[in-house]
Design a protein around this ligand. Structure first.
Ligand SMILES: [Zn+2]
Length: 491
């Protein structure tokens, strides 16, 4: 028997087999069950995601000898004929090469005749956006009121180019790109059935290279089997398609998140010297950070749709390295770089500089974080003082007042600008307020802290040191806070 490529051999035969288009298959199945079948359907979506497959399954569902049914049997003459594209009553037309008005007249001639052996006469027009305006117009009248035995199914990659008058006469379905996770699961299923030994990372690399198209992924798998046989690893896929390994990609993202500039430069140099495509690298890095943000904001369940279990574990570990706000900033910088890559004279330099900027952004501390830490310091101090004062909260307040430093006598202008001894968090809701508060701190802290003798020891903060992109700003605020509390703070 002649060899059949995987994409054809494993073409779905029922709605349940279609991958990643549940919103469409559910609606179509419901319409069949409720006997509310429209006379024209329009499937829109990128190539290789199942438009033609869905058209044939719908035709089989309508014309199966057991039907109309949501589960066409696949073994009757009608089902087999449709699956092979050789059924008299299901006319498939490639509108890209049959786009003239004469071609549509040919279709309209056939519309007049009832189906020979089936329930419906189904016309499947692929790439329907290629039809000329005259051809579209010739179709309009029949599309509005076709004979009851006629069903039209249109498929296109460019929905915007289909005339609105056509779209409004159809039920429109927008098919989605298939998620990486769904493609990997489908490839795994097929590889197991075909007896192909392949690692998860290799399947992931194929899925990454196929941009959400299952047919492209299966074609790539076919090519790899021809290249390497039935034992495939990630390195084989990377070698054939010029992709960056998952490990290298995740390592680079980790360097960015940790602010590890030497690590970034080393990785970019290694990838560039091994001939990897920097544009592709940027797109994949952006996708990684997108997944990281999804993980942080929406949790593992939603992130799992687009990644494998191994990737999920990495996302979990990396999500602790930077705040969501920072990930958004990094993604913004990478997106901006993506647009500039085409015109860049030195792509590698642009990538390096952008990733260094991203690394700096990853370690920048937000004002929210500063306020959160200051508030925590204040609350902790109040609790400690309350614990140390046996007479209750009033005594703690008094202790806190005592702990606050007194205005320094050496600076005559300063005492008038001291409305409060400590920074209340409610007073610091905006950046303007923060700036307003700073002079107070400054004024309070002129000279040495005078509580050194009373305090338990030198101020100690065990929290991770805060770095900022604009110098020691945060550290100074924290130091001011420590002085405000008389050196009594131990975090
Ligand atoms: Zn059948």
């Amino acid at each position: 028997m002649a060899y059949e490529v995987l994409a054809r051999k494993w073409r779905p035969k029922t709605f349940d087999d279609v991958v990643g288009q549940g919103h469409v298959t559910r609606t179509l199945a419901n319409a069949i069950e409720q006997d509310r079948i429209a006379h024209a359907y329009l499937f829109i979506g990128p190539r290789g995601i199942g438009k033609t497959t869905l058209s044939r399954i719908l035709a089989m569902a309508l014309n199966c000898e057991q039907g109309p049914t949501t589960h066409p049997c696949g073994v009757c003459d009608n089902c087999k004929g449709i699956a092979a594209g050789a059924d008299m009553d299901v006319v498939e037309l490639d509108a890209a090469s049959n786009n003239k008005v004469e071609d549509i007249h040919g279709v309209l001639d056939q519309v007049q005749f009832a189906p020979t052996h089936s329930r419906f006469k189904v016309f499947i027009l692929d790439e329907v956006h290629m039809l000329s305006n005259a051809a579209f117009n010739a179709l309009l009248k029949t599309l509005e009121e076709p004979p009851p035995y006629v069903k039209f199914i249109f498929a296109t990659t460019e929905g915007d180019k289909v005339l609105p008058t056509i779209v409004s006469r159809c039920q429109r379905f927008d098919l989605r790109r298939i998620s990486t996770g769904d493609i990997v699961r489908r490839l795994r299923f097929i590889c197991n059935a075909e007896g192909i030994a392949v690692t998860d990372d290799a399947l992931l690399a194929i899925a990454r290279g196929s941009n959400g198209g299952l047919r492209d992924a299966l074609s790539a798998l076919d090519q790899l089997i021809a290249f390497k046989g039935t034992d495939l690893g990630e390195a084989d896929v990377l070698a054939v398609f010029g992709l960056v390994s998952r490990e290298a990609l995740e390592g680079l993202a980790e360097c960015v998140l940790k602010g590890d500039v030497p690590g970034i430069l080393r990785t970019v140099a290694a990838l560039d010297e091994s001939g990897k495509d920097m544009r592709r690298l940027t797109a994949e890095l952006l996708w990684h950070f997108r997944n990281l943000l999804v993980f942080q904001q929406a949790g593992a369940e939603l992130a799992r749709q687009d990644v494998t279990e191994e990737q999920l574990a990495v996302l979990e570990a990396q999500s602790a390295l930077a705040q969501p706000q920072r990930i958004i900033e990094i993604s913004g910088m990478l997106s901006e770089m993506e647009g500039r890559l085409r015109a860049a004279l030195s792509v590698r330099t642009l990538v390096e500089m952008t990733l260094i900027r991203c690394a700096r952004a990853a370690k920048t501390v937000s004002l929210d974080e500063v306020l959160r830490r200051l508030t925590a310091l204040r609350d902790q101090t109040i609790r400690r003082l309350a614990a140390a004062a046996p007479k209750g909260p009033a005594a703690a307040d008094a202790a806190l007042q005592r702990a606050a430093p007194q205005p320094p006598p050496a600076r005559p202008a300063a005492p008038q600008s001291l409305p409060r001894p400590a920074i209340a968090p409610d007073d610091l809701e905006s950046e303007e307020d923060e700036e307003e508060a700073l002079p107070d701190c400054d004024a309070l802290c002129v000279g040495e802290p005078d509580q050194a003798g009373e305090g338990p020891a030198a101020p100690t903060v065990s929290a991770e040191p805060l770095k900022t992109s604009d110098g020691q700003y945060v550290d100074e605020i924290i130091n001011h806070a420590l002085r405000l509390f008389g050196g009594r703070v131990v975090v």
